[in-house]
Design a protein around this ligand. Structure first.
Ligand code: 0RA
Length: 637
């Protein structure tokens, strides 16, 4: 076809519709992928991979490979049936083009699998295409290889046949558009984590991950599915029984899978997925699971005489102490709720999960009396510790330490009583604390100095945790309480800002704080209230001119700008080396400072590292340190 003809043909009614659809996505990308920050950027990969996973769920695909290239592009290859290329009757164009420009579930070409619609994945390949500078797709099908290229979502040429080909499959390569995203750099760890997760959730598929920027080449294939997932979660811990409990049930059209295993620690790790989406904010499926656990363990304990009297009962937190659990449900029409669409809303799912887990877990307990006894005795101990903690709390309360007006003495509170305007700076050490108190705006900025390291909550049960003054002070200052009694509405400051030195001790304290928040106040992180202050590393000065640098590269740029000669560089080894004015201008003052918001991902990563570095087991710790030798070489363990 002559180019003029192709062009003329391209401007018919349906392509106007396509262009309108495209510009809607490009105008409001957030509506489709949640945000245009690094989180939204990674949604592009998730979306493309999810489409290949749909082929796995249809039983038509066994291998997926994901590659991050040095030019900032990503390639996803699968050996599924290939995106259909036949002409779509309604649009009079190849189905492939429809899938990549308008539809996310073309009726005739729809695959009969559980869809994730409503969540942030499942938005459709056309969204990825529209937000990519370019997108190239190759399909092997019907004995041919087909190819088409798009730029900013629009095809640059019709679908063409490259030649003959054996087998079937789809290959997609795309370059996120820097005009849309705040950052276009894919994070290896984020992608790796998601692919590993998908391989546990879909044991039928092998997922290869390559990062050409550093030579990474990994293959994830976990035939044991979520049972292996739980074993992985407990890998560095001592477990109460060797093989995780696994249960699988169907209620109506909902498919329910649970794997769980207890360790001798005090924390709960519960990962919940709906149609392969990680519902970090929980929802009805999680509520159903928790209530079944509490109910079934209480029933069993009562029948066997482990609980005395009618009044004694195991609480939810007691039966979840030391629990590692993966819940994976498949729901036909999931409703996702909340800011990040990471919470399941379908009310019917609560009862479905609850009844399935009640039934199967009761069976398991009957059949494994020795394990059951170990579980119950751990939960009973947890319950006694909780009771002891409650008494200790009453005592301190009566002493007037924890109640309103009885705020910790070291806290320099702010004047404002409007939590949404208030900020709490948690500062390392009394000396930096003093500087921060001088540099703050007392109207809305409060300062809490921490003396030394806080207790590692990873290794302590509730009663011991509350004996630690540092922890109590933090809990009181923040105001929302912890665990099952947490009430986010009582939050006293909407920004909780960790301000520590940029050295090993500083990062250790930050990790301890993150562990406390992640384990005991997860909503605080989930709702985006936790931040890390970014203090400068250098002050570069020449004559009257000076600037602050937050990285080595930035320092070098200032040195060049100031002309090299006569420039002095001051290196800040800690916050304490700055005076109040400097700390205010560089790190505390809104509009001038830069704060890093902590995501659940960050906290999860910090915690994982922590479980390994601080855990009892020597072997995983050694393996981890060897694998990450460069990063942790100066970490004091
Ligand atoms: C619709 C129908 C069929 C396959 C696909 C879509 C499909 C989509 C993607 C996206 C990435 N890889 C994919 N592989 C397949 C089934 C068509 C048939 O019955 O042959």
């Amino acid at each position: 076809m002559a180019p003029e003809t192709a062009k003329a043909a391209a401007y018919d009614a349906s392509s106007i519709q396509v262009l309108e659809g495209l510009s809607a996505v490009r105008k409001r990308p957030g509506m489709y992928i949640g945000s245009t920050d690094t989180r939204g950027l990674h949604h592009l990969i998730y979306e493309v991979v999810d489409n290949s996973i749909d082929e796995v769920l249809a039983g038509a695909c066994t291998e997926i490979s994901v590659t991050l290239h040095t030019d900032g592009t990503c390639t996803v290859v699968d050996n599924g049936r290939g995106i259909p290329v036949e002409v779509h009757p309604k649009y009079n164009r190849p189905a492939l083009e429809i899938v990549l420009t308008v539809l996310h579930a073309g009726s005739k070409f729809d695959r009969n699998t559980y869809k994730v619609s409503g969540g942030l994945h499942g938005v459709g390949l056309h969204v990825v295409n529209a937000l990519s500078e370019w997108f190239e797709v190759r399909v092997r099908r019907n004995g041919h290889e087909y190819f088409q290229r798009y730029e900013r979502g629009a095809p640059v040429a019709p679908l063409k046949v490259l030649g003959d080909a054996e087998g079937t499959g789809t290959e997609q390569r795309f370059k996120p558009d820097p005009a849309v995203f705040e950052t276009v750099v894919f994070e290896k760890e984020t992608v790796e984590r998601r692919l590993k997760e998908l391989s546990f959730l879909n044991p039928q598929v092998a997922i290869r991950f390559r990062d050409e920027r550093d030579g990474t080449d990994l293959t994830f294939h976990h035939a044991g599915g979520i049972v292996e997932f739980v074993q992985d979660l407990n890998a560095s811990l001592t477990t109460l029984f060797p093989t995780p409990v696994f249960l699988h049930a169907k209620r109506d059209t909902t498919d329910i899978e649970v794997a769980l295993q207890y360790n001798d620690g005090y924390n709960e790790t519960l990962l919940a997925f709906v149609n392969n989406i990680n519902t970090v904010d929980g929802g009805t499926h999680v509520i159903g699971l928790r209530s079944a656990l509490t109910r079934t363990l209480n029933d069993y304990a009562r029948q066997r005489g482990f609980l005395k009297g009618e009044k004694e009962a195991l609480g939810g937190e007691d039966v979840r102490e030391g629990l590692a659990c993966v819940l994976s449900v498949k729901v036909l029409e999931p409703q996702f709720e909340g800011q990040t669409k990471a919470k399941l809303g379908n009310s019917e799912v609560k009862g479905q999960v609850e009844s399935a887990v009640n039934e199967k877990l009761a069976e398991f307990l009957e059949e494994h009396p020795a394990i059951s006894q170990a579980l119950i005795s751990k939960a009973v101990q947890a319950s006694q510790a909780r009771e002891a903690a409650r008494k200790a709390r009453e005592l301190t309360r009566r002493k007037g330490l924890l109640e309103g007006g009885g705020l910790p003495g070291k806290l320099a509170d702010c004047h404002s009583r409007d939590p949404s305007a208030c900020e709490l700076f948690i500062v390392e050490g009394d000396s930096a604390g003093g500087t921060a108190k001088q540099g703050r705006d007392r109207e809305f900025q409060a300062v809490l100095p921490l003396r030394g390291k806080i207790l590692n909550v990873e290794k302590a049960r509730l009663d011991k945790m509350l004996q630690s003054e540092g922890i109590r002070t933090l809990i009181t200052a923040i105001g929302i309480g912890i665990g099952d009694e947490l009430d986010l509405a009582k939050l006293r400051y909407h920004k909780i800002i960790m301000m520590t030195d940029a050295d090993v001790d500083g990062s250790h304290i930050r990790t301890l704080l993150l562990t406390l928040f992640y384990r005991k106040m997860p909503e605080l992180i989930g709702e985006g209230h936790v931040y890390i202050a970014q203090a400068p590393l250098y002050r570069v000065q020449r004559g009257q001119k000076f600037a602050y640098a937050y990285t080595d590269a930035e320092r070098d740029r200032w040195v060049t700008e100031y002309g090299g000669k006569g420039v002095t560089i001051q290196r800040y080894k800690g916050l304490g080396e700055m005076n109040a004015e400097q700390l205010r201008d560089t790190t505390m003052k809104p509009g001038q400072r830069s704060l890093l918001r902590v995501t659940v991902d960050d906290a999860q990563r910090a915690n994982e590292l922590f479980t390994i570095l601080m855990g009892e087991e020597v072997e995983p710790r050694r393996a981890y340190i060897q694998a990450h030798a460069v990063e942790v070489s100066n970490l004091d363990i």
